[in-house]
Design a protein around this ligand. Structure first.
Ligand SMILES: C[S@@+](CC[C@H](N)C(=O)[O-])C[C@H]1O[C@@H](n2cnc3c(N)ncnc32)[C@H](O)[C@@H]1O
Length: 365
């Protein structure tokens, strides 16, 4: 007998444990994991897959209650979904959710994902673990069809964003960065690590959608077979220098005494054409989906560093101009954008001296 309640998420009905998490990173307790706050994360999966507009086989490899798998099966036309979890207590939830939504394109599976992905291949694989995805990455790469898509969540934000540097270096073989660039850095470390793991299998990758939200990083990458593609992906890795005293940042292909952070993924975060096909209609968090799609679409994504209005204000010892006005004035001189990483952060092609001059000119002092 399930100790569950029925909720609605998007167009899907879900039975989830009564004592599920509502906010924050989610609690691990005796019951099957479900976090209401991740509704936005599941919305993005639905929008992402709908935008592909084709028949697709899906493995939700760490499905818990089956919430993501069942939403995909219900809300993405032409999807054939496997909802897998190693925990036998998850299976009654998955099966109840399949039945509740009268789905014929979703099946439950109770396997260690390493076996599932050694025995079967899929067009799209979703890995959504507690903490780091690294222990599951090799299996996910192997279980993905040629030119397939991997979607990975990482909730080990503290190491990736530099709060636990040694842990980041151990897990991701990359040195994280603290300060205003910590989340941009964490996202790009995750991508860089994936590029290096793919290269071991002679595969390259193109990120289609990569973002930071709430307490986690999430990346959707398109896998491209071939040694040439692997080399091409590796050529996009960069090291970063950052001097908080002068605010200077720069990138280098090689690590040296200044460029000591990284490696980071230095290429694109988004495929803007794919983003333009993503439709937020009927999602659970429609307003948030509209806002984030707009931010991602307009974000400069091929420069791997950003600036913070408040660090410039402290450096110049003057007040901060209005964010929107500042961005508008910056854009008159060179390409500048907001970023989904935070409401006081921005990205620009302009040099630091130009940024400082425009900041001074528009500061109320
Ligand atoms: C964070 S929860 C997944 C949440 C779910 N994707 C959602 O959106 O609600 C992680 C799940 O991974 C499962 N898991 C852990 N190791 C696994 C493995 N080796 N193979 C398959 N499932 C695994 C756990 O039982 C747990 O249910």
């Amino acid at each position: 007998m399930l100790n569950g309640i029925q909720i609605q998420e998007g167009l899907t009905k879900l039975i989830v444990p009564v004592d599920h998490s509502v906010n924050g990173p989610g609690r691990i307790n005796d019951s099957i994991f479900f976090n209401e706050q991740m509704a936005f994360n599941r919305d993005v999966s639905v929008m992402f897959l709908r935008a592909l507009g084709k028949k697709i086989t899906v493995a939700d490899a760490m499905s818990a209650t089956g919430s993501r798998a069942v939403r995909i099966a219900k809300e993405v036309p032409n999807s054939i979904v496997t909802a897998n979890d190693i925990n036998s207590d998850a299976i009654p939830y998955i099966e109840a959710n399949i039945e509740l939504n009268e789905l014929t394109n979703c099946t439950s599976s109770r396997k260690n994902l390493h076996s599932l992905l050694a025995e079967n291949v899929f067009d799209y694989i979703d890995i959504d673990p507690f903490g780091s995805p690294m222990p599951f990455l090799h299996s996910a790469i192997q279980g993905c069809k040629r030119y397939g898509i991997l979607a990975i969540t990482a909730t080990d934000t503290a190491p990736l964003a530099g709060a636990h540097r040694a842990k980041c270096e151990r897990r991701y073989q990359s040195r994280p960065i603290r300060g205003p660039m910590c989340h941009e850095g964490g996202l790009r470390i995750l991508l860089a690590t994936m590029a290096r793991e793919m290269a071991k299998f002679d595969k390259g990758m193109t990120p289609v959608l990569s973002f930071y939200a709430d307490h986690y990083f999430r990346v959707y990458i398109h896998i491209e077979d071939g040694a040439g593609n692997a080399d091409d992906s590796l050529s996009k890795l960069v090291y970063l220098s950052y001097n908080p005293e002068t605010l200077e940042r720069s990138i280098s292909k090689e690590m040296d005494k200044d460029h000591k952070y990284g490696p980071f993924w230095g290429g694109q975060l988004f495929d803007k054409e794919h983003l333009s096909k993503m439709d937020p209609t009927n999602t659970a968090k429609e307003k948030r989906c509209i806002k984030m799609l707009d931010l991602w679409k307009h974000e400069i994504d091929d420069i791997p560093y950003l600036y913070d209005m408040s660090e410039i204000s402290s450096y110049l010892k003057i007040s901060t101009p209005r964010y929107e006005t500042f961005l508008e004035k910056m854009n008159e001189c060179g390409k500048t954008s907001a970023t989904h990483m935070g409401p006081t952060l921005f990205k620009t092609e302009l040099e630091l001296k130009e940024i400082l001059s425009i900041f001074k000119e528009h500061s109320p002092m």
